[in-house]
Design a protein around this ligand. Structure first.
Ligand code: PHE
Ligand code: ZN
Length: 881
């Protein structure tokens, strides 16, 4: 496949399907190599479609065994079937039943789409268009059907047989070693939410009663022997179900809810109705094999998939252009849940870090696209940070703009009005326009326009008039296909900080919405605040109220005052980050001397010292965020052109080394004060203390390597949990030498039987910022834990390497060639994983000319490879355009 030959699918071409499928009866006889599928589809003409149309069903690599219409075998001349589709040429213009038999080889399915095997477990993945790899179907989200599924398998091979909905029958197949189960899902759903699981699995379970009185059996299924690691996922499930009842008024709607963990999975997890299937990385947890970060992501992803039951399943998407309708909204919901379960400011900081690292960089490069794309060649390439994370930011802005009350009423209206339908962004927004009485047509631009807006802000104080005027302007750089940008509606939450804290805000300006909110919806505007007896320092974009870059005309000294005095925690954190970012961008551009950078380091160390002294122990989780400097990749993104990764890395190391050295005593005593002797607990408070202690270790690793190496070694031996051992390993990777290699070996021995832990070990080594890393990564590809067939292994080792700023971007281009070769090899077995990996090239145009040329050559080599998948061809084409 060459990308040029692939049709472009456009939003404006949407039209309803000509047929509907009301009922689907599926019968699976599971076999490792020859699974038989009989699908009985209850079809009728769609009143909204073209009358009298041929019946055209989607397929993907299918083998048709037989075909019947209303029980009678169809004449060969009456239809045409290929692996890619089935057409019934002149179907009767009425309701009819089509019975389709196909045969599948799940063991040969390396794409992990459709029915496949993961460590001997049969499982499925159908989003976005994997159902057509099981049977011929109208594989589009606006065709919703009621499913009944019969599964049959050898008892010994698959004692557990699961599908969507409620189990309605089970039994033995008389005279055989086989058994069966029948599942019925009363809720109409699109095919992408179909799932089945068959295999030998252990489980943990719990009874749950919903707020509206329904008894639900909850269960989490895992590989045999691992049920002791399933408790946290189950606990998270119960908590998020209660939360959704309380906060969004949403109750669960079936008698069972099952979660199954599998070890081969392309994504994080999947919200199949009543049967969520998870990458085991986001289910399995115990203190020895999961880090604090893992516990937090498990909680968040369990919640995310569960929340989809309403935002995604009950209300699904009309077409894949509306993907953000379910994903952005559901990310917003899981972020809110985690904020309520943990620390809201710390969660916000973590989310903004991710947003900037992944989405801002996407928005700044050739793969930029709107939250709702207008066209695509391969939908799998649009499960992106823009659709997910920026999509969530858009919901958050909507809430800020219309207020909590109107937002709540709008959500209630949406649940009521759109329940059971396949909806659009327009229908969603209409609910909020109605609940708030506001015209949201300007706001809707957030869905259409790609790119990260920049807000330029400057202010002046007029002592005589006792007033302060803020001048604000916005602009958005061009993105592919969108050379001209219109202004968007930017909610700017703000405060004016005086000597004794926040000053009262009085303004008659139109753009001032009250309650500390300015709405910047024009190219520029000014807002004057009155009644001010002192010159304030503006604190803008509090809580990161809009996904924008802020260029603020404030001296570092003022930022450092905000760092100590702002009432908004997010902006306290941001102020220090901004000072560090400014210094590092100047140094990374070669515009700030080593001596100049050293002066900044002294200033930052002073501010941090006072902060740690006064606040570290009161809120360690927040302090850990403060202590973590912007990453070198953040600086590269800020610089944005002619990037020299080595110079940025050197500046980054120099700054953290000096801060670490200056604060060495403070950091060491802080570590002692945070050394908890109590038993490990994954709760946010305990995790926050570990986070700060380990952040301190990381700073010491660059600032006082000898001390740090000793500390890391002791910590590794003394630790009773993975978090502390991993932090020791990470710190040690910053310190070249035999001690590092010894710790790397010890780690591997200790966790030899734990692939998910070894993933972190692979990643830690792939991220080492030294020229030897490429060779090390190549060696690690021969380590017994590694396999190109397992997405988690590939993401850890190869994805880790591709995220290594200095080594992926080696000046000799060997990093690019290595990753490009792997993309090509992987494309033959798993195109989705290959195309995600190729996405690592998305910032190639920002590099200095030498590296830019080498990256372009590697990309071109990929794009010219014969028989590329649509996935990889599409990314290569857009990256080079
Ligand atoms: N819909 C899943 C989620 O975000 C993600 C996913 C997409 C999983 C495509 C598999 C395939 O919850
Ligand atoms: Zn999702």
């Amino acid at each position: 496949m060459r990308a040029e030959d692939t049709p472009l699918i456009r939003l404006e071409d949407y039209r309803p399907s000509d047929w509907l499928i009301d009922t689907v009866d599926l019968d699976f006889v599971l076999d490792a190599h020859e699974t038989k599928v009989r699908a009985q589809l209850g079809l009728r003409p769609n009143p909204a479609g073209q009358p009298g149309s041929a019946l055209v069903l989607d397929g993907d690599e299918l083998t048709l065994v037989s075909l019947k219409l209303d029980g009678t075998t169809l004449d060969a001349a009456a239809y045409s079937a290929t692996p890619q589709g089935l057409t019934v040429l002149a179907p009767p213009k009425r309701g009819l039943t089509l019975t389709i038999e196909t045969v599948l080889n799940p063991s040969a399915n390396t794409k992990l789409m459709g029915l496949y095997r993961s460590s001997n477990v049969y499982c499925t993945q159908c989003e976005a268009d994997g159902f057509r790899r099981i049977t011929y179907f109208l594989d589009r989200p606006d065709v919703m059907s009621v499913y009944t599924v019969r599964l049959e398998a050898k008892k010994a091979e698959a004692p557990v047989l699961l599908s969507n909905g409620n189990r309605v029958a089970t039994g033995d197949v008389a005279g055989t070693d086989r058994h069966f189960a029948v599942w019925h899902d009363p809720h109409p759903k699109p095919a992408y939410l179909f799932a089945l699981v068959g295999g030998t699995l252990d489980h943990v379970r719990e009874d749950y009663v919903t707020a509206d009185g329904r008894k639900v059996e909850l269960a989490v299924y895992v590989e045999p022997g691992k049920s002791s690691r399933a408790g946290w996922a189950l606990d998270s499930l119960v908590r998020c179900m209660r939360w959704d009842e309380r906060v969004f008024g949403r109750n669960y709607d079936l008698d069972v809810f099952n979660v199954v963990a599998v070890s081969d999975f392309n994504m994080g997890a999947m919200e199949n109705k009543g049967l969520n299937i998870f990458n085991d990385k986001y289910v399995l947890a115990d203190p020895q094999t999961a880090s604090d970060g893992d516990y937090a992501s498990i909680e968040a992803i369990i919640a995310h998939e569960y929340f989809h039951n309403w935002t995604g399943n009950r209300i699904t998407c009309r077409d894949w252009f509306q993907l953000c309708l379910k994903e952005g909204l559901t990310v917003f919901r899981d972020q809110e849940f985690s904020s309520d379960e943990r620390s809201r400011p710390v969660k916000r900081i973590a989310d903004v870090r991710t947003l900037r690292a992944t989405q801002f960089s996407e928005d700044a490069g050739p793969l930029a696209h709107p939250v709702r794309p207008r066209a695509y060649k391969e939908i799998n390439n649009f499960y992106t940070p823009t659709v997910y994370e920026k999509g969530a930011e858009v919901i958050r802005m909507l809430k800020v703009l219309i207020g909590d009350e109107a937002f709540k009423r709008g959500m209630d209206l949406y649940f009521e009005r759109c329940d059971g339908t396949a909806a659009t962004i327009e229908e969603f927004l209409a609910c909020f326009a109605e609940s708030s009485g506001q015209d949201l047509s300007h706001f809707a631009r957030w869905y259409e326009q790609a790119g990260t807006p920049t807000i330029v802000a400057s202010g002046r104080y007029d002592a005589a008039a006792r007033s302060y005027t803020l001048d604000l302007a916005q602009s958005t750089p061009p993105t592919p296909g969108q050379p001209q940008k219109a202004p968007v509606a930017l909610p700017i939450a703000l405060g004016l900080v005086g000597k004794a804290g926040d000053l009262p805000l009085h303004s008659n300006s139109n753009a001032y919405a009250g309650d500390g909110l300015i709405v910047l919806d024009q190219p520029s505007l000014s807002v004057t605040f009155t009644g001010l007896d002192e010159a304030p320092i503006p604190s803008l974009l509090r809580g990161f109220s809009a996904p924008a870059r802020l260029e603020l005309d404030l001296a570092d000294a003022d930022l450092l005052r905000l760092f100590s005095a702002d009432s908004d925690s997010f902006n306290r954190w941001q102020a220090l980050q901004t000072v560090a970012t400014r210094a590092l961008t100047s140094a990374g551009r070669g515009a700030l001397s080593a001596a100049g950078l050293a002066d900044k380091a002294t200033e930052l160390a002073g501010a941090l010292d006072a902060f740690l002294r006064d606040h570290a122990l009161a809120d360690p989780a927040f302090a850990a965020q403060v202590l973590r400097l912007p990453a070198a990749a953040d600086i590269a993104r800020e610089i944005g052109r002619d990037v020299d990764p080595d110079r940025i890395h050197a500046a980054h190391r120099a700054l953290s080394a000096q801060i670490g050295k200056t604060l060495a005593d403070r950091l060491s005593s802080l570590r002692d004060a945070l050394d908890d002797k109590s038993l490990y607990s994954p709760d946010a408070t305990a995790a926050g203390r570990r986070a700060l202690r380990n952040e301190a270790l990381g700073l010491l690793a660059t600032g006082a390597p000898e001390t740090s190496a000793r500390l890391a070694d002791t910590q590794f031996s003394a630790a009773d949990n993975l978090t502390d051992r991993l932090a020791a390993l990470a710190a040690m990777t910053l310190i070249p030498g035999e001690a590092r290699e010894a710790l790397i070996r010890r780690f591997a021995e200790r966790y030899a039987a734990e692939p998910l832990v070894l993933d972190k070990w692979l990643m830690a080594q792939a991220l080492i910022a030294e020229p030897g890393t490429l060779g090390r990564v190549k060696d690690l590809m021969r380590h017994p834990t590694f396999s190109l067939g397992n997405p988690n292994r590939v993401r850890s080792l190869i994805g880790g390497f591709a995220a290594n700023l200095t080594q992926f971007n080696r000046p000799d281009g060997a990093g690019y060639d290595f990753v490009a070769d792997i993309v090509i090899a992987l494309d033959r077995t798993n195109p989705q994983i290959a195309s995600r990996l190729l996405g690592s090239f998305k910032t190639w145009r920002t590099l200095e000319p030498g590296r830019r040329g080498l990256a372009q050559a590697a990309l071109t080599m990929v794009s010219r490879t014969p028989n590329l998948s649509r996935d990889v061809a599409d990314i290569a084409e857009r990256a080079l355009a």
